[in-house]
Design a protein around this ligand. Structure first.
Ligand code: C5J
Length: 219
């Protein structure tokens, strides 16, 4: 066990039973020309967190911890994309449309790959998820149980959408979750701050938060 300085109070990290879960750091969200930008967003806040995640990823790999990456993605025939999701809003590119990085949020397309600085290596788990939460319609729970995982260190995007949905799903399944303050981001900085506040409120009702530096001091 090692004690990580965290909010709302220190987090007892059990490295042997903790996984690093990196949510949706895929080109579709992080790079210009992808789905995130097609919705009218600027991608800079998401690009800014790549170095912090990369440093935690390097430390996690060095200690032999389980790394899980997720990608929000759909089958090429969009059979796992409800019309309610595809038709929502008025993006310049809808899910399945052809954009500068191939078909938006479709598995196997260039834009659906994880950004090169955080690309998975052999032995790491990659979960393709059709929803916002990483447990919905995936085998994430099975993978974590198979590796004896009880704690999750969570990074990725966006804080108030896929990160928060996944944290709530994980919390309901009994995982202790620590979210990285400088390893998560939103297109809307105010939503990032609000999501962290919601997660850690009421005595860590959903989880804890810490910076990557605070986590690394305890790894
Ligand atoms: C969104 C995500 N925001 N990964 N996806 O649509 O947060």
């Amino acid at each position: 066990m090692s004690l990580v300085t965290a909010r709302p109070f220190n987090f007892e990290l059990d490295p042997a039973h903790a996984a690093l879960l990196i949510i949706d750091m895929q080109r579709d969200f992080v790079e210009p020309g992808g789905f995130g930008e097609s919705l009218g967003n600027t991608v800079e806040p998401l690009q800014a967190i790549v170095p912090a995640i990369a440093s935690v990823l390097a430390a996690w790999r060095a200690m032999g911890g389980l790394v899980v990456h997720t990608r929000e993605s759909h089958a090429p025939d969009l059979s796992d994309c409800p019309p309610a999701k595809r038709l929502r809003g008025s993006p310049s590119l809808r899910i399945g449309d052809v954009g500068p990085m191939g078909r938006v949020l479709v598995r196997g397309e260039p834009g659906n790959q994880i950004v090169p600085a955080l690309a998975p290596v052999a032995g790491e788990v990659v979960i393709d998820k059709p929803g916002k939460g990483a447990f919905y319609a995936t085998d994430l729970q099975h993978q974590l149980q198979a590796h004896g995982i009880t704690q999750l260190v969570v990074a990725g995007v966006t804080t108030e959408v896929c990160v928060q949905s996944t944290l709530r799903e994980a919390n309901d399944r009994g995982y202790d979750c620590l979210v990285l303050e400088d390893g998560t981001a939103s297109y809307f900085p105010a939503f990032h701050a609000a999501a962290l506040a919601m997660i850690t409120a009421q005595g860590a009702i959903v989880g804890w938060s810490a910076t990557s530096t605070e986590l690394l001091a305890g790894v």
